[in-house]
Ligand binder design. Sequence first.
Ligand code: DON
Length: 305
Amino acid sequence: MEKLLKEILENNKKYCDNGEVAHYIPALASQDKRSLGISLVDLKSNKIFNQGDTDKFFTLQSISKIFTLILALQDKGAEYVFSKVGMEPTGDPFNSIIKLETINPSKPLNPMINAGAIAISSMIKGESNQHKIERVIDFFEPILGRRLSVNQKVFESERNTGHRNRATAYFLKDVGILSGEVEEILDFYFMHCSLDVTCKDIAYLGGFLANQGKTINTEEQLVSQSITQIAKSFMVTCGMYNSSGEFAIKVGIPAKSGVGGGVMAVSPNHYGIGIWGPALDEKGNSIAGVKMLEDLSTKLDLSIF
Ligand code: DON
């Protein structure tokens, strides 16, 4: 496996030059676009295989949306969650607001786009944002064996420049999707997007979903199978935004990207895969990361379709 990952990393490194790091969040603009890493957790042997930059920190960004969705489903139940946020892909960029006004009654189309994820953030139980983010960090602890922390620089950078998210959130407040204080909800959303992780962490998180919501070492069922299935279904239909269709054809496994350059991919019952490559394509997905997943899927015959 190590040899295969090495080969895949070396063959795809060149694509880093074709992408750009996220500039719209100023604190992400200084990332090295040549960074690239891949980690794979094998559920059968409980072993992790790593190549490239797998110990460097980057922020979770939109990958966090999968886990806040899981928490919201646990906290509020599916009926409530889907009364506020839909289940359909958009075909639009992740930060688009265009459909919010054209759908009647107005409701974000899914929990992976920013509008849907901000609505999901408002559903997490907790007395304060500190309490809420501690609950997210508590959730990750048994899966990762360590406590994540918020990257303060990235958090503040997003908070100071997230004007489009702010516009989205105020719109959602106006149409009754958000209850609660808009700035508070946005702060919590920026916090969970700014959690520092490594490529290895992402592979373990993918492994947890591949293992149907059970921790890999202790087989503890932290998330029900039905909620895990909802999460993975959204990864297939919306996880790579308006590239999800092409990704399903070329790679064929549930995956979720973030503008920090991470991609978490899941080969159900087999592998959790973590990717980090901050050079992004025009849709906001790791450009070399997606290429590596295409090669890995072909070599290991991973497509679920
Ligand atoms: O709200 C934002 O724009 C970022 N915190 C998250 C966006 C993101 O990761 C989209 N992913 N490809």
